[in-house]
Design a protein around this ligand. Structure first.
Ligand SMILES: [Zn+2]
Length: 133
């Protein structure tokens, strides 16, 4: 867009989730490294670098993210399973296993990060604060 401001704030809650930003200011990043950094893709700062929101409201907060991650995994199995069935005309079982395992492995960083992001947005108790716009 022409004339867009220098501000990098996400406009909506959905954009904040998709961009993995702080639920309160929607500016601070939730993760310190890229999802493609295979050794550090799960690392989060202890608090938001912009508004200082505590990213871990209570000890072990992100254990609950495992359930969200499990839902992502289930969705991957179903989508890839149906895709293999229709695109490859119901091949041998090992093709399903290989396809699901490969896609699940490749999507692991995103699955994990988005499950944590959703956990924080849904259960973190932080409301969007327009002062940080
Ligand atoms: Zn923030």
């Amino acid at each position: 867009m022409a004339g867009s401001s220098a501000s990098s704030a996400a406009d909506s809650k959905l954009a904040g989730i998709l961009q993995q930003r702080c639920p309160r200011c929607r500016r601070g990043q939730l993760f310190t490294h890229s999802a493609l950094n295979l050794t550090q893709f799960t690392e989060m700062p202890p608090a938001c670098p912009v508004c200082n929101l505590n990213y871990e409201p209570e000890p072990g907060f992100y254990w609950g993210a495992m359930y969200i991650s499990f839902m992502f995994s289930t969705a991957i199995v179903l989508v890839i399973g149906f895709a293999v069935y229709y695109l490859l005309d119901d091949p041998d079982t090992w093709v399903y296993i290989l396809a699901v395992a490969t896609v699940s492995l490749v999507l692991t960083p995103w699955s994990l990060r988005y499950s944590r992001t959703l956990m924080l947005y849904l259960f973190g108790g932080a409301e969007y604060d327009e002062r940080y716009k």
